[in-house]
Design a protein around this ligand. Structure first.
Ligand code: MG
Length: 366
């Protein structure tokens, strides 16, 4: 089986709640890129990459499309079934830019699943957990408004919450206290600064909320700042943005820098590399949030398949991004119910892109 056509689509994903704010950033919609890969055997795969705006990670939407345009002509004629070979080929054509390669890799996993008539989770290790625990994001807002969101999200069945902080430390302390006061028994709360605090500000916050049952996620931009915060607090620490390679994971493990990691599929370069990262975490005893930067039904399906094939003991939570958007880009996305989601059991990712929503391709290569 050979890749015969690559088509790339652009779609905006508007926020159902109007906007999404974290650290010092706020957006009303995210620019997503969908790739459809066709083969000479008539099997088609779909992938997606959606950076969270241009200043969250070293990734941006136009860059994803430019990178795919750079790679695509050389991938025509390649086998989509030999995932390690394909990734080796992509690394030989373009250094770095893992998020560019992620959508291509995901689409080829979709093709592989369809070729062997099995869902992707089976190929990633099997259906180890039959439902995937979700967290609900509580976007950065006024402290009282954020606390009120807990009531709304409780009613939807959510018990795990990731509140966005990383702005003014005094207000963030108030935010965390007010939200924590609304927790129900058994709830889990994380305060995610998304790199937003300077080290001194992070130390003020973790000191002031040291009596609360709350996880602290990626307090500062650099690994070294996060490590300093880690050594200052006994709250559990999740590292996210700085965990961009196996080397960083191993360094964090050796330093005892975190209790959990947040694994984002596109930051690592797709499902092939995310599986490697996931398996190493399990071997090291590190529990994971499994998600991505952002996306619609296709990204969320990839997340769900990886999470389904991860033992529950090692899976902290995931995000159902399509649940936050007003635009549906594919049929067959994971079904969200009561704070959990389930991926389709159909072959591949189990999603069918809505071509009426995606429109004409931005470009195509044959
Ligand atoms: Mg995070």
């Amino acid at each position: 089986m050979k890749i015969s056509r690559i088509a790339v689509y652009q779609v905006d994903l508007p926020m159902r709640e109007g906007s999404y704010s974290w650290a010092s950033q706020s957006f009303s919609a995210f620019d997503s890129t969908v790739i459809v890969i066709e083969t000479d055997a008539g099997v088609t795969g779909v992938g997606e990459v959606c950076p969270l705006g241009p200043t969250y990670l070293p990734a941006y939407a136009e860059g994803a499309r430019a990178g795919i345009a750079k790679l695509a002509p050389d991938l025509i004629g390649e086998s989509p079934l030999e995932l390690d070979r394909l990734n080796y080929r992509m690394d030989g054509l373009l250094k770095g830019h893992p998020y560019v390669k992620s959508a291509i890799d995901i689409a080829c996993w979709d093709i592989l699943g369809k070729a062997v008539d099995q869902p992707v989770y089976l190929l990633l290790g099997g259906l180890i957990q039959d439902s995937v625990k979700l967290f609900k994001v509580v976007g950065r807002a006024d402290p009282a408004e954020m606390a009120d969101k807990l009531d709304e999200y409780h009613a939807l069945g959510f018990k795990q919450f990731q509140m966005k902080v990383g702005e003014d430390p005094a207000v963030d302390i108030e935010r965390i206290r007010k939200v924590a006061a609304r927790l129900a028994p058994g709830d889990i709360l994380g305060a995610d600064a998304n790199t937003g605090w300077r080290q001194h500000a992070a130390l003020r916050v973790v000191d002031a909320i040291g009596d609360l049952d709350v996880y602290i996620e990626q307090p500062c931009l650099t690994y070294e700042e996060c490590l300093a915060v880690r050594r200052h607090t006994d709250r559990p620490i999740i590292l996210d943005e700085c965990m961009d390679s196996l080397q960083m994971l191993l360094r964090g493990y050796a330093d005892g820098a975190m209790d959990l990691v947040n694994l984002k599929i596109s930051r690592i370069g797709g499902l092939t590399r995310a599986r490697q990262f996931r398996d190493l975490c399990i071997s090291l005893g590190i529990v994971m949030t499994i998600e991505d930067s952002w996306g619609g039904e296709i990204t969320t399906a990839a997340i769900a398949h990886l999470a389904h094939s991860t033992p529950r003991d090692f899976h902290f939570q995931s995000s159902a991004f399509h649940d936050y958007a007003t635009v549906k880009i594919a049929e067959g996305g994971p079904v969200v119910d009561g704070g959990y989601m389930r991926a389709s059991a159909r072959p591949g990712l189990g999603v069918e892109p809505r071509m009426d929503v995606l429109g004409a391709p931005v470009f195509e290569v044959t």
